[in-house]
Design a binder for this molecule. Structure first.
Ligand code: WT7
Length: 633
């Protein structure tokens, strides 16, 4: 069947085919990639264990598909345009030939440093081309990359390294973000003494910062590079071999190592990139995410390269040297497709329209939004002021666990509503369920969002803890994948994601687990217990509000807040800092000891008139005390 989607009618017929014959549909898509050996079965699955296997027994390498297969026709095409943090510094461009050369060489560096198929490699790098080269080199030799966002603390790095037993870490001396100096090697040095599995640390000298090199463990990227040749035969991977681990927060416990495998991920990420954005070969694509998050994995690294695209890698931040930077970069590199996050849009909108004046922006053709629900005001600003009312906006809903976009308006089909993820991608079967797990049929309804049929890029497990995978995603509703999101289906059948229904907080598009933040707060010597909830925040989408019980009198709450935030920054990262705290004597708990966050959320939102039923609480009077004591710092 012809899978091209040019009109909404095309979409409807492709969608129909993709759900009536999912295996044929995905096999058609998979046929557009290059395989050393074809699969024996398209799909084997059950959501009970769960076991999900796509393209079983197929052999290939994702980097062959990202690089080698493009070289004959597109070897001299630019793969990446790197825009430095400081606009007065030089832009770096890498053609497909050059990127291939770098990846092959670095793959040989990894091998020379003892890395083989299946080993875990931690990557802690700024947004420089070497971050992408390192990821691709891992994939080329069959090592599993675990990228840790370069804003995470040393404690978070060591937790992640230890969880997946990485044997090698790749970092840099440091970088600048805006005018802030970030000393990555120092942070890694603090992490590694508690990481016995690490044998080697490869350091890319990015800025000539003063760093310590531990002899026997630390080696320089450049000197290792000089020792190896550039010929590298990719490791021929099985479709179900792991490709990467990416840690993400859930409602309880430590972060989970979301595990993705090679084949299905490649097929759906490559397909979705092309389909969602209606990507055409001559277009310049820019995704402003960081490679430390899944958006960077799928739509900076793998998606664009699988489509032989030219894309921008941006080292900086939207507000440096001023709040017009995004628009300058778009004009400088004539960006056609611009994919960013609602939080960035809201913060730039708040800075005022003067930063858009005198920017041309006429190269823009398609805009995208990802990471959190986009409010109507931000959507219209993006549409009217940035897109000059001529660019469709693709509001792509997906998750670290889904690997690729699941619901979105497809660019240029002309059907969109502000704040709506609209309709499922071909092959994706969403359903809404009520509390009892019953499917909610019809339109004009709201419920919890589940997916009832597997898709190729779905996570296969939580690294080292399959039981947790089952519990987190497949136990709430039997035979369904539960997303953790609430969702509306409007009168016309279009979907709108309403946000998390679990205890996950989404601050500026970063997923933060309440439990992790509470653990950090509780480390303060004065704290007995704490409970963290989200409240609406104009720029960040959600802010963090902590209710804290102390066993000592705290004289200076502002000072106490600074101390607690220092711990939170050290334990997790600065992006998880508390926005507001309230000291309380007790927390509202059920008789079984569970904190009723629903009530705390209402108080944090300032909505104290509609707290609802408190009769199931052990001590309902606690709620009045908290309400009466609303002094927030
Ligand atoms: C959660 C996943 C998708 C990659 C980046 C975030 C929220 C994501 C949207 C959207 C409304 C969205 C959901 C989801 N989310 N995209 N377009 N509209 N909500 O990945 O850190 O795994 O977070 O982000 O709540 O569950 P993540």
């Amino acid at each position: 069947m012809n899978l091209a989607i040019k009109t909404y009618q095309d979409y409807l017929s492709v969608y129909k085919y993709s759900t009536q014959e999912p295996e044929n549909f995905w096999a058609d898509v998979a046929d557009t990639f290059s395989w050393k050996q074809k699969w024996s079965n398209v799909l084997e699955w059950n959501f009970k264990e769960p076991k999900i296997e796509w393209f079983k027994n197929a052999k290939f390498n994702i980097t062959y598909n990202c690089l080698d297969r493009h070289l004959s026709e597109n070897g001299d095409k630019i793969a990446y345009i790197w825009e430095p943090n400081n606009p007065s510094e030089e832009v770096r461009k890498l053609t497909y030939n050059q990127l291939h050369f770098q990846v092959c060489k670095f793959a040989n560096v990894l091998k020379a440093n003892g890395i083989k198929k299946g080993d875990r490699v931690c990557i802690y790098l700024p947004m420089i081309p070497e971050a992408l080269i390192a990821m691709l080199a891992c994939a080329r030799v069959g090592a599993i990359h675990s990228v840790v966002f370069a804003g995470f603390s040393s404690q978070s790095i060591s937790d992640r390294i230890n969880d997946s037993q990485c044997s090698l870490v790749i970092t840099a001396d440091g970088s600048f973000r805006g005018d802030k100096k970030v000393e990555l090697k120092k942070i890694v040095d603090e992490a590694l003494p508690s990481c016995p599995s690490i044998k080697k640390c490869i350091v890319f000298n990015n800025r000539n910062f003063d760093i310590n090199m531990l002899s026997g463990r630390d080696v320089f990227w450049h000197s290792e590079f000089a020792k190896v040749d550039e010929l590298n035969e990719p490791e021929w991977m099985d479709a179900e071999d792991p490709l990467f681990i990416l840690y993400t927060s859930g409602s309880t416990g430590k972060p989970k190592g979301v595990l993705h495998t090679c084949g299905g991920y490649m097929v759906m990420v490559g397909y979705s990139f092309q389909t969602v954005f209606n990507f055409e070969p001559q277009q310049i694509f820019w995704c402003t995410a960081d490679v430390g998050w899944v958006t960077g994995h799928s739509y900076i690294v793998y998606g664009p390269l699988l489509n032989a695209a030219t894309s921008i890698v941006f080292e900086g931040i939207p507000t440096f040297p001023d709040a017009g930077r995004f628009w300058d970069v778009i004009d400088k590199h004539q960006v056609n497709i611009f994919y960013t996050a609602p939080t960035a849009i809201r913060s730039l909108m708040a800075m005022g329209d003067e930063f858009l004046e005198e920017k041309n922006l006429s190269s823009l053709q398609v805009l995208g939004s990802v990471g959190e629900p986009i409010n109507e005001e931000a959507w219209y600003w993006f549409h009217d002021k940035v897109g000059k009312e001529k660019c469709p906006i693709v509001d792509t809903w997906w998750q670290t666990e889904t690997g690729a976009t699941m619901m979105t308006p497809i660019a240029k089909l002309g059907i969109a509503k502000p704040g709506y993820a609209m309709y499922p991608m071909p092959g994706i079967q969403p359903i809404l369920v009520n509390e009892k797990g019953e499917e909610i049929l019809g339109n004009g309804v709201e419920g919890n969002l589940c997916i009832k049929f597997p898709w190729p890029s779905m996570s296969r497990s939580v690294y080292g803890d399959h039981n947790r995978f089952q519990q987190t995603y497949f136990s709430a509703y039997p035979n369904l994948y539960f997303t953790g999101d609430g969702c509306k289906r409007d009168e016309e059948g279009f979907y709108r994601i309403t946000g998390r229904v679990d205890d996950v907080i989404n601050v500026s598009g970063h997923r933060i687990g309440t439990g992790e933040v509470e653990d950090a707060i509780n480390d303060h010597e004065c704290v007995v217990e704490s409970a963290v909830v989200a409240y609406p925040h104009d720029i960040k989408g959600q802010g963090i509000y902590a209710f804290i019980i102390c066993d000592k009198l705290v004289d200076d709450v502002n000072q106490f807040k600074i101390e607690v935030n220092k711990i939170v920054s050290e334990r997790i990262g600065a992006f998880s800092k508390l926005d507001k705290i309230q000291l309380v004597k007790a927390l509202p708990k059920t008789r079984s000891g569970k904190i009723m966050r629903r009530i705390l959320r209402k108080i944090a939102e300032g909505d104290i008139s509609s707290i609802g039923d408190t009769s199931t609480l052990l001590d309902p009077s606690v709620v009045d005390k908290i309400k009466a004591g609303v002094v927030v710092f």
